[in-house]
Design a protein around this ligand. Structure first.
Ligand code: ATP
Length: 142
């Protein structure tokens, strides 16, 4: 089975670098499953999970990726985002606190208020972190 070198890069550095059989992302245009030898592309990403399926077909890693871009070239896949965490690096208590803060902010703001879109994004990031951290570990797919 073939693999493709894949990296997830944030301003803080590379949070993932490895050989992967398939990368699944949610692009703004819809779900994408990228296999080795995919045609080159650049696509903006939603705030969503990224799933990395390794060569043995059974091991899957998850990342919470908060927007950014995926770039597919002939021999590599790069995900670039201002914020992203691998599943096991997510601080659940911090995400719970951020969720509470965001929900409190939203409860005090009108949809048209300044700060509302930011609070909504913060809630989305917190929910993604909590959902990703809660995925059963280890994950095996048949
Ligand atoms: P918080 O209020 O907790 O900072 P936030 O959604 O506003 O939440 P971001 O601006 O998205 O935080 O992230 C700032 C930095 O902190 C990024 O590097 C991000 O990866 C990291 N980060 C944020 N929340 C967590 C978390 N729960 N676990 C691990 N890293 C986190």
């Amino acid at each position: 089975m073939s693999t493709v070198h894949t990296e997830i890069v944030t301003p803080a550095g590379k949070i993932f670098s490895g050989e992967v059989h398939m990368v699944s992302v949610r692009a703004k245009s819809g779900e994408l499953g990228i296999l080795p030898h995919h045609i080159p592309l650049v696509a903006p990403l939603e705030i969503a999970q990224v799933r990395l399926k390794h060569e043995d077909e059974k091991i899957v890693d998850y990342a919470a990726v908060h927007g950014g871009f995926i770039q597919v070239s002939r021999d590599a896949i790069t995900i670039l985002s201002e914020a992203a965490e691998m599943k096991n690096d997510i601080d659940v208590e911090r995400a719970k606190k951020a969720k509470e803060e965001a929900e409190h902010q939203l409860s005090t703001l009108h949809e048209s208020s300044e700060g509302y879109p930011e609070a909504l994004l913060k809630l989305k990031r917190a929910n993604l972190r909590l959902d990703t951290a809660a995925i059963a570990d280890p994950v095996a797919e048949s």
